[in-house]
Ligand binder design. Structure first.
Ligand SMILES: [Zn+2]
Length: 205
C-alpha cells in the first residue's frame, strides 16, 4: 500500500486553554519494503476556525515528551508549541500538526540515551549518530498528506527549519510565507539551538 494512503480515524470537539479547536487523528501507511521506516505513522491535527477562508497558519510539531509535557529546558519544544498555539488562537484560524515521532524520530528511550551522551560532551547530532541514527530521522510526507486531506494546498508555515519548507513544497503544498518560530535562548539550550543552526541549517529568526 503506498504512503499516499492517509486515513482520518477521528474528528472531535476540543476546547483548550488556547481556544476552541477540533482534534483530528490521522494514520499514514508508509511504503512497503523500507526497513528504516515504521509501517504506520500517526499524527494529530488541531484545527481552529475556517481554514479555507484564507491561507492558514500551520505549524508541524514533532512530539517531545520531555519538552511538551515536562517543560524541559534542554530544548525549545515546549515554548515553540505554545508560541504556535498562541499564534493560531490570535489569528482565530490555523492548523497544528503534531507528529508522534519523539526525538526527531529516534524514539523516547534513544533520546534519553542521547541526553546522557550529551552530558558527556557530545552535541545533539553527534549523540544521535553515535547511537546509530541519522541526525534527523524525520520525514514530512505525512503532514503534507494530512494537509491535502484537509483540503489545504497553501500554507503560512511557522518554522525555522528550511527542510520543512522544502519538504512541503516537494509534496505539493505551497508555502506562501514562512513565519518565525524562534524562541529566546536559555543557557540550558543555547548549545542545542547553536547545533541546529550550524549543522542543520535552521534559521535564527
Ligand atoms: Zn524537545
Amino acid at each position: 500500500m503506498p504512503f499516499a494512503a492517509v486515513r482520518k480515524v477521528a474528528d472531535a470537539d476540543f476546547p483548550t486553554r488556547w481556544g476552541h479547536f477540533r482534534i483530528l487523528g490521522f494514520e499514514g501507511l508508509t511504503e512497503p519494503g523500507d526497513p528504516t521506516r515504521k509501517p504506520v505513522e500517526s499524527a494529530v491535527a488541531l484545527v481552529m476556525g475556517d481554514i479555507h477562508a484564507e491561507t492558514p497558519v500551520v505549524r508541524i510539531h514533532s512530539q517531545c515528551l520531555t519538552g511538551d509535557v515536562f517543560h524541559s529546558l534542554r530544548c525549545d519544544c515546549h515554548d515553540q508549541l505554545h508560541l504556535a498555539l498562541k499564534r493560531i488562537a490570535d489569528e482565530g484560524t490555523g492548523i497544528l500538526l503534531y507528529e508522534q515521532q519523539e526525538g526527531r524520530g529516534i524514539g523516547l528511550m534513544a533520546k534519553l540515551r542521547a541526553y546522557e551522551l550529551q552530558d558527556q560532551g557530545l552535541d545533539t547530532i553527534e549523540a544521535n549518530e553515535q547511537l546509530g541514527f541519522e541526525a534527523d530521522c524525520r520525514h514530512f510526507e505525512l503532514p503534507a498528506e494530512i494537509l491535502k486531506e484537509l483540503g489545504v494546498t497553501a500554507v503560512r508555515l511557522m518554522t525555522n527549519n528550511p527542510e520543512k519548507v522544502e519538504a512541503l513544497e516537494a509534496a505539493g503544498i505551497h508555502v506562501t510565507e514562512r513565519l518565525s518560530a524562534a524562541i529566546p535562548s536559555e543557557p540550558s539550550f543555547e548549545r542545542y539551538l547553536e547545533t541546529k543552526r550550524e549543522k542543520m541549517g535552521h534559521l535564527v529568526s
